[in-house]
Ligand binder design. Structure first.
Ligand code: ATR
Length: 307
């Protein structure tokens, strides 16, 4: 997995005070902590506190990381209160990523391309919005799973928000081609058109995938964990002999897509736990200017899932 320490390019968080003069929170030992949180609805299931706490411990960062449950119609208000209470950064999860994008007054290019933010960083007067999902996937594929993307054939199944969040980062790795295929073909066409300046991306109807094979197949649909892949949804024999099937979702058991992929002959399979941890590490780096080692956290979470 990836490692490394402080980067000279990294930004250190600025400690700031509110109108009320409150500084960062203090522990019982008088240490100050910077405040961060994951915001979502629901959020109780989120593994982000576990991950970010582990990063903070390992890198000696004085952070307090919590869960923020925002009412479905109360995202902006909840974020405003968090900023007033000296909150410095947020991970944003379902269903608020697009609202976070709208809220951010300054945005990274990758957030701009995704049209959604999974990370917010307080910049003293306003929120900076980023999207670390694509970078997290690429790091997991290349650094952890040892895949090469350059020159390979890639298929992304699905054309919703998750696919939009990863397409730019995948294209930046220079694949031979990146095909987007979706149940609703018109959405695949839109997505492909949006990213066409980034590299060789195309949209293909699911039926036309028959007879084609891919080195890396990514499931970016929101097919539920409880269901199996409907018979005939995707054509047979999509995988090259050494192909990797990658599911953006993760679970303690084999996901329906990965179950299907194994039956279809995929040589390797991986769920999205590695991506989850890598996108969190990217957020941590944005906030703290320190890149945490992700390997111990991956092992911790995998082991916890087996209990
Ligand atoms: P997300 O943000 O998780 O991507 P989304 O934007 O609602 O959620 O997109 C969901 C994606 O999963 C879409 O590509 C959707 O296909 P459609 O555009 O045809 O709706 C896909 N999806 C969801 N359920 C599906 C199913 N049962 N079979 C095939 N594709 C499905």
């Amino acid at each position: 997995m990836t490692g490394g320490k402080a980067s000279p390019a990294g930004r250190q968080p600025s400690h700031r005070t509110t109108d009320a003069g409150a500084a960062s929170q203090q522990s019982s030992r008088g240490q100050t902590f910077d405040r961060y949180a994951v915001i979502g609805n629901p959020v109780a299931h989120s593994k982000s506190p576990l991950i970010q706490d582990a990063f903070a411990r390992a890198t000696g960062q004085h952070m307090r990381y919590e869960r923020l449950l925002a009412p479905v119609d109360g995202f902006v208000e909840t974020v405003r209160k968090f900023a007033e209470a000296d909150g410095l950064g947020l991970n944003v999860t379902i269903p608020f990523k697009v609202q976070a994008f709208a809220l951010a007054r300054e945005r990274s290019q990758r957030a701009q391309a995704a049209g959604a933010c999974n990370t917010l960083a307080w910049r003293g007067e306003h929120w900076f919005g980023d999207n670390t999902d694509g970078a997290g996937l690429v790091r997991d594929l290349t650094c952890n799973l040892g895949e090469t993307i350059a020159g390979r054939t890639l298929l992304v199944l699905g054309a919703g928000g998750a696919a939009r969040g990863i397409a730019g980062a995948l294209l930046a790795e220079r694949p031979l081609r990146l095909v987007i295929a979706n149940r609703t073909h018109a959405k695949a066409i839109d997505l492909s058109a949006q990213f066409e300046r980034g590299g060789p991306i195309s949209a293909e109807p699911l039926a036309s995938l028959s007879g084609q094979q891919f080195d890396i197949v990514v499931n970016a649909t929101s097919l539920g964990l409880g269901t199996s892949v409907p018979a005939g949804l995707w054509p047979h024999r999509l995988f090259t002999p050494q192909a990797l099937a990658y599911d953006l979702i993760y679970a303690d058991q084999t996901t329906p897509f990965l179950h299907w992929a194994r039956n279809e002959g995929a040589a390797r399979t991986a769920d999205g736990l590695g991506m989850l941890i890598e996108q969190a590490a990217e957020s941590f780096y944005l906030w703290r200017g320190v890149r945490p080692d992700t390997d111990p956290v991956f092992r911790l979470l995998r082991a916890a899932g087996r209990d």
